[in-house]
Ligand binder design. Structure first.
Ligand SMILES: Cc1cc2nc3c(=O)[nH]c(=O)nc-3n(C[C@H](O)[C@H](O)[C@H](O)COP(=O)(O)O)c2cc1C
Length: 191
C-alpha cells in the first residue's frame, strides 16, 4: 500500500456558480468605427487539431467584445501578468457601451499577422481567428485557431513548453486575483 496516499474528507456544496481556477487574458477587438476595445476574459482553455493550437474562450451576454468577435471573427488574447492587474480590473469593470475605455494609460499596436489590437504591456499574446462557436444559454464558447504567438523578447525559454511561469507572472483568477507560487518541475519528474 502507498504510505503517501492522501484521502480528504469533503462535503458537497452545490453546483451553483463557484470557484474555478482560471488564467487571465485581456481580449482585444476592433469596434465597428475602427477604434479598439479591450475586456478581460478568464473562461479560457486550449485545444488542438493536427499541428494547430487553439484557444477556447467563453463569453456571456451581449457585451461589445462578443459583438466585435461575432462581426470580425478575429481578436488578440493578451496574457495578463501581475503588473497589468490595474489594467485588467479597469477594462473588466467598464463596458464599451458606456464609452471608450481611456481613463487609464496603455499602448496598443496592430497584430503581426491579423488586424487585431494588441496591448503593449502583455508578455504573451495570441492572434486568433474564430473557427467554431457553440451557444449554451447566454454563453458563447469560441474555438479559435492561433495564427501567431508574440512572446516578450526578455523571456528566455528553450521551447514553447519550457516557459517559466514565475518569470511570466500570470494573474490567476478564481473570483479573486492571485499570483502563482513556485516552479514545481516537468512532466515525468514525479514518477
Ligand atoms: C477578472 C475578470 C474576468 C472576466 N471574465 C469574463 C469571462 O470569462 N467571460 C465573460 O463573458 N466576461 C468576463 N468578464 C466580464 C467582462 O470583462 C466585462 O463585462 C467587461 O466590462 C466587458 O467589456 P465590453 O463591454 O467592453 O466587452 C470578466 C471580468 C473580470 C473583471
Amino acid at each position: 500500500m502507498n504510505e503517501k496516499a492522501i484521502t480528504r474528507t469533503r462535503k458537497s456544496i452545490g453546483t451553483h456558480f463557484s470557484m474555478c481556477v482560471q488564467p487571465s487574458f485581456i481580449i482585444g477587438t476592433n469596434n465597428e468605427d475602427g477604434s479598439y476595445n479591450f475586456a478581460p476574459i478568464t473562461w479560457v482553455s486550449a485545444a488542438c487539431e493536427k499541428d494547430d493550437y487553439f484557444i477556447v474562450i467563453s463569453i456571456f451576454g451581449t457585451k461589445r467584445t462578443k459583438q466585435n468577435i461575432n462581426r470580425t471573427g478575429v481578436f488578440s488574447a493578451n496574457l495578463v501578468s501581475v503588473d497589468m492587474l490595474e489594467l485588467m480590473d479597469y477594462f473588466g469593470t467598464h463596458h464599451a457601451a458606456n464609452g471608450n475605455k481611456d481613463d487609464v494609460s496603455y499602448t496598443v499596436s496592430k497584430g503581426e499577422i491579423l488586424d487585431v489590437p494588441v496591448l503593449g504591456a502583455s508578455r504573451w499574446v495570441y492572434e486568433c481567428i474564430v473557427e467554431k462557436s457553440v451557444d449554451i444559454g447566454e454563453s458563447t464558447t469560441y474555438f479559435c485557431r492561433i495564427k501567431n504567438v508574440q512572446a516578450d523578447e526578455n523571456l528566455f525559454f528553450k521551447d514553447t513548453y519550457d516557459v517559466d511561469l514565475t518569470k511570466l507572472e500570470p494573474v490567476i483568477y478564481s473570483g479573486m486575483y492571485h499570483s502563482i507560487g513556485e516552479l514545481l518541475g516537468k512532466i515525468g519528474e514525479f514518477i
